[in-house]
Design a protein around this ligand. Structure first.
Ligand code: KG4
Ligand code: ZN
Length: 344
């Protein structure tokens, strides 16, 4: 039977805990710190650690209670070991370590981005869990933009990555520039739905180059230059056009490179995971490309796109079942294709 795991995630600005049985979610609790960091226009590491400390015990209690599972029914405790903010990660790791020691349970460290990969397989009362299938993953979050060939658990090949800003970071920086607050993704996404994506011709960075790498810092600069030249948008319609045009430039490049990677590496299935995978424009474009070019694409449910602990639990359960689970080793920037991540 699939192991029952209590998972904790605290790598950035979400304190999360979940109980899973394999990839089936029994409970998933996410307490966001957005309101705390919003005032500062981005995540303040000191504040993040402090608020994780205050939230981690009640969030874990709530996850156990909602799942109707007691500590004695667990097979393991899992925790995000990195990448992330070191002070924030430490809170989750110490909590997990304490529980595991007190209960004599195995403690499993999970790479945050491997968690995002496993978010695509999560099931709950609304949909069955998915079995693992080899695929191409487009990982798009606040800190990462990567194309990864996923042949199996711990069988990752990095095909391309951003050379500067991550896609989510571009959303956050452009939103800041436009005075739209933090995080930028959801608000730009909503405004983009009302605007004309062809209103402003923003650059598609490295689209015509052979590479599978990305670059988003030029696009951010192009938005700034546009605003400097024409002044800040003076109506909601103008703001919506600007957001729609920016979003189109991001989405076009993401989908184009994903298609190129699928073709080049002989995969017929695309997963888009990470916070930016919630983007409506990106989901629509991926669906259209899948229909037009004959590959499979199924969007991850919105509740599992952003940071959550269910995905950490599912990745831990997969590692336990494969016999390759290891205790957490704190790291702030380990790549998914690092030898430590690979299956022996
Ligand atoms: O995966 P995630 O929750 O945290 C990290 O691991 O970074 O991703 C957060 C990022 C933020 O940059 C946020 O602006 C972006 O995901 N994001 C979105 C949307 N929702 C969140 N970006 C575009 N469209 C969205 N709807
Ligand atoms: Zn994340």
């Amino acid at each position: 039977m699939a192991p029952t795991v209590l998972a904790i995630e605290s790598s950035c600005d979400e304190t999360a805990a979940a109980v899973v049985a394999g990839s089936t979610v029994r409970s998933s609790v996410v307490r966001s710190q957005i309101e705390i960091h919003g005032r500062f226009g981005g995540v303040v590491p000191e504040l993040a650690s402090r608020h994780h400390l205050g939230a981690v015990v009640p969030v874990v209690d709530e996850a156990l209670e909602r799942a109707g599972v007691s500590l004695s029914e667990l097979d393991a405790i899992a925790v995000t070991e990195g990448p992330g903010l070191v002070g924030a990660l430490l809170v989750g790791v110490q909590m997990a370590r304490g529980l595991a020691t007190a209960r004599g349970l195995p403690l499993v460290g999970v790479h945050h981005m491997e968690g995002h990969l496993w978010s695509a397989f999560l099931g709950d009362s609304t949909r069955p869990a998915r079995p693992f299938v080899p695929h191409l993953a487009l990982l798009v979050s606040g800190g990462h933009t990567e194309l990864v060939d996923v042949a199996g658990l711990g069988r990752y090949r990095m095909l391309g990555a951003t050379r500067d800003d991550a896609a989510g970071e571009a959303y956050d920086k452009v939103a800041k520039l436009l005075g739209l607050g933090y995080p930028g993704g959801p608000v730009i996404d909503r405004l983009a739905a009302e605007g004309d994506p062809e209103a402003i011709a923003f650059p598609r960075a490295m689209a015509d180059r052979d590479t599978l790498d990305f670059s988003f810092s030029g696009l951010k600069t192009a938005v700034r230059v546009h605003v400097d030249r024409h002044g800040p948008p003076d109506s909601r319609a103008a703001l919506a056009d600007l957001c729609a045009s920016f979003q189109a430039a991001v989405v076009d490049v993401l989908v184009l490179k994903a298609r190129r990677a699928l073709r080049r590496h002989g995969r017929d299935r695309l997963h888009i995971v990470g916070g930016v995978a919630a983007n409506a424009g990106l989901r629509r474009a991926a669906q259209q490309a899948a229909a037009a070019h004959g590959f499979q694409f199924e969007a991850v449910p919105l509740r599992y796109c952003g940071d959550n602990a269910a995905m950490i639990g599912a990745a831990a359960a997969a590692r336990i079942e494969a016999g390759i689970a290891t205790p957490p080793e704190l790291h702030t920037s380990l790549a998914l294709d690092d030898p430590r991540m690979q299956r022996p």
